[in-house]
Design a protein around this ligand. Structure first.
Ligand SMILES: [Zn+2]
Length: 259
């Protein structure tokens, strides 16, 4: 898409609005609260936030990150999630054009943003995202030029099954839970959206998770009891594999298989 096209910018603004809704999802889904009702309110004083104080990015800046009634601090997170969702939408249209692939990336990046932050905050990957969106991934697979529905189903089942087996062995040997059911369901979701590239995403997540894990244990000295939010790394791995997966696989084949 040429740089002067208005569509990425339009997508960016839509992303801001959706990002505002994802903030609600990130807070409420792990708490099993409704994401529709009630309307957003200040956790400090309980005041319902009027629409003009709920405009993505601008309200946060205008209110300087404070509730207009009680002065309670509004987390910078709200601003950040709106902004990266806007970027994800804008990038998608810029990179993939007005296409099914672009729509797919918009859905996938939305899911990954929500899962990243629920896992970071609460170590929860809600079923409403992981399980409910597997059929959506399969519908996209039907329209995809790069994977078939059968491939997506196979990777979802084998990937989740394989990870469940590894988790079970780890539990038997170490007597502590290394991976939760949430990670396993999330891999099934990744299979539905990525097909075979879900394994590449898993590899990227494992490498990133190991590097960050070593950093947390040996540099920040948080101790070995710190539970790494593996879903965060799965989110990043998924988006990297979706955008660059073909190039990465082509590079690998050329470097190590075809001489
Ligand atoms: Zn307040």
């Amino acid at each position: 898409m040429p740089w002067y096209s208005p569509f990425p910018v339009i997508a960016f603004f839509f992303g801001l609005i959706f990002g505002s809704f994802y903030n609600v999802c990130i807070y409420r889904l792990p708490r099993d609260e409704s994401i529709v009702k009630p309307r957003s309110f200040c956790p400090g004083c309980g005041k319902t936030i009027p629409w003009y104080e709920n405009i993505p990015l601008f309200s946060y800046l205008f209110l300087r990150g404070k509730c207009s009634t009680c002065g309670a601090t509004i987390s910078f997170r709200y601003f950040f999630v709106e902004f990266i969702t806007g970027l994800a939408f804008g990038f998608s249209v810029f990179h993939f054009g007005l296409s099914i692939k672009s729509a797919e990336f918009i859905v996938l990046s939305s899911l990954m943003i929500i899962l990243f932050f629920t896992d970071l905050d609460e170590r929860i990957l809600p079923d409403e995202i992981t399980l409910w969106f597997i059929p959506v991934g399969l519908v996209f697979a039907y329209f995809s030029m790069e994977r078939t529905v059968l491939e997506s189903i196979l990777v979802a089942v084998l990937g989740a099954g394989g990870l469940a087996l590894i988790a079970w062995i780890y539990f038997k040997v170490k007597k502590i839970e290394g991976m939760g059911m949430g990670d396993i369901k999330m891999l099934a979701l990744m299979g539905a959206f990525l097909g075979i590239k879900a394994f590449l995403a898993l590899l990227i997540a494992a490498i990133l998770g190991t590097i960050v894990g070593i950093f947390i244990i040996y540099v920040l000295k948080k101790g070995k009891r710190y539970e790494i939010p593996f879903g965060c790394f799965l989110s990043i791995g998924t988006l990297v594999a979706y955008i660059y997966g073909n190039e990465m696989l082509a590079w690998y084949v050329q470097r190590f298989i075809v001489h």
